[in-house]
Design a protein around this ligand. Structure first.
Ligand SMILES: Nc1ncnc2c1ncn2[C@@H]1O[C@H](COP(=O)(O)OP(=O)(O)OP(=O)(O)O)[C@@H](O)[C@H]1O
Length: 258
């Protein structure tokens, strides 16, 4: 049997804040083109895990490797440049800029030319800019954003703004995508659209995804595997089918009502 090397390895990670155990011995890995979900009630430690992965928090102990390389010694911009892209719970875009410009900014770390070349619009700068444009136009097609491409983000419906944020993360050409509550605050139609795009990213682009949410329903529909957390502790890890029927999950997460 072929051995599949995980894209991400998170091993026995612990992190406390003034006595609060935000992450309490959490271990998981994410395979290539896997949609991995982390769920748990408020305060379970989901955002803390994302903050460790993106280099914002340094854990007290444990090991985290991305594409075989240690992540814990890296700064946030280095981790982004390695190909780990993230969206946020709240829309974090430049609201007065157009969709196109926001997506172009998502690519900035790919540009290799210096300031002088950029100002003079010379050689390499021009070639890189044209390649970036082509890539961004592909993403606009993929996320069905054509109708809004020249609109400032602040004028767009909320669900479309979240899609632009997803587009900006894709513009980084990620090797792993972290989605923080991608459907929070969305109506049913927006939620269904977002769910479809998330699946397309895995299936058509082959990009592995870690998705954090507290909505059990969405996660169970989308994820290949699910990690359930409670007060920073792992409660269960497995396929949605298995996790849903785990007595500890039913007790801890659903309060024994399922
Ligand atoms: N910077 C911080 N300083 C102090 N405590 C923190 C910090 N970040 C997180 N915590 C604490 O760690 C615990 C886990 O918080 P975290 O935000 O990771 O949970 P969460 O599962 O993402 O919750 P939510 O669904 O509300 O976003 C909470 O008790 C929280 O108060």
């Amino acid at each position: 049997m072929a051995v599949v090397t995980p894209v991400l390895t998170f091993e026995d990670v612990r992190l406390s804040f003034a006595g609060v155990r935000a992450i309490d011995g959490v271990t998981f890995d994410v395979g290539p083109a896997e949609l991995f979900a982390i769920i748990g009630p408020n305060g379970a430690g989901k955002t803390s895990i994302f903050n460790v992965l993106s280099g914002v928090y340094r854990p007290d102990s444990g090991r985290v490797a991305f594409l075989g390389e240690d992540l814990l010694s890296r700064r946030p911009h280095e981790i982004a440049a390695m190909g780990l892209a993230r969206t946020f719970q709240n829309v974090e875009l430049f609201h007065n800029l157009t969709v196109l410009d926001n997506l172009m900014l998502g690519r900035h770390h790919h540009f290799r030319y210096g300031a002088a070349a950029a100002v003079l619009w010379l050689g390499r700068a021009r070639r890189e800019e044209l390649a970036a444009r082509a890539r961004v136009e592909d993403i606009i097609d993929f996320l069905e954003l054509e109708a809004w491409r020249r609109h400032p983000v602040r004028l767009l419906p909320y669900g479309v703004q979240k899609r632009v944020e997803l587009g900006r993360a894709l513009a980084m050409e990620p090797r792993l995508l972290l989605l923080d509550e991608p459907v929070a605050g969305m109506n049913l139609e927006e939620t269904e659209d977002m769910a479809r795009f998330v699946l397309d990213i895995r299936d058509e682009l082959g990009i592995p995804i870690v998705l954090v949410d507290h909505d059990m329903g969405l996660v169970m529909d989308l994820a290949d595997r699910v990690l359930v957390l409670d007060f920073g502790r792992p409660v269960a890890l497995g396929t949605p089918e298995r996790v849903q029927h785990d007595p500890e999950v039913i007790e801890a997460y659903l309060g024994g009502t399922a």
